[in-house]
Design a protein around this ligand. Sequence first.
Ligand code: ZN
Length: 343
Amino acid sequence: MRDLTLLPKAHLHLHFTGSMRVATLAELAAEQRVRLPSVLLDDDPLRVPAGERGWFRFQRLYDAARACVRAEAHMRRIVAEAAADDAAEGSGRLEIQVDPTSYAPFVGGLTPALEIVLDEARAAQATTGVEIGVVVAASRMRHPLDARTLARLAVRHAGDGPGEVVGFGLSNDERRGTTAEFAGAFAIARRAGLLSVPHGGELLGPAHVEEVLDHLHPDRLGHGVRCGEDPRVLDRVVERDVPLEVCPASNVSLGVYAGPADVPLRALVDAGARLALGADDPLLFRSRLVDQYRIAREEHGFTDAGLADLARASITASAASPGTRARLLAGVDAWLATEPVAV
Ligand SMILES: [Zn+2]
């Protein structure tokens, strides 16, 4: 067995607020005298009986955490710590999603809110060596016109360089909003060369994946883990070679699957889908990037060669620069060439 923290990988599904360290949230709350639901600072806020897991509990806790982020310094700290934590877990490329809407009122508007994240991403890349691209994510809970506004903002900062926007996403409760109504926003983003990386196929099944495929033309799917419930839809995903950002711990915490062994990692890989494992919201799921690879190893029997393939898939599914991509892929080969150690 080889050390999974040393396996080079790319992290393509991580949300800004959800990336926060528990200790940081506790400090921000204390500083601002905000009373958080105590469960948020406990061991595992979503470790509850399967019937009680679910989106609404998650959403309530997420909103409480987000309410503690009220200043430029807080935002910078979140980005810097996300990059440092990713570096410690062997990630060489991080694509972090942010919806600047909630922070805009505290920092003078949407543009400054995004620019703070981008500027800190640039700085964090220099400090940690993790190449960072930012994904601007609109919310399904808001009006599609708001999504267009965010798409135009994302386009103004589009680029492949450090601290630039690489993609446009759509997050929040999949069951809300009409997917087709967000097509306009995605068209704006795509015309400027941004990747289309919407969520789909976690809370809802294959029919929703198809809607996302048809209307938002994803370059990658956030989750997409349930597409295999209809072999025809899985075929479409494989044929179009749309990588899936699969987040096993998230799936379990949100009650999509009863346990980590039930996440269909093996079936998706065997069908030819490209998977990029991600942590989604480690603040709430108490499970970080390496933990997802550990689930693949311990619950699904992936060998080190199989885990190396998962890491390669995450790297090739990313928008990493050619240099970073080559360096990380060579690193995966080197990892596999090391002697396994007894753990
Ligand atoms: Zn997500």
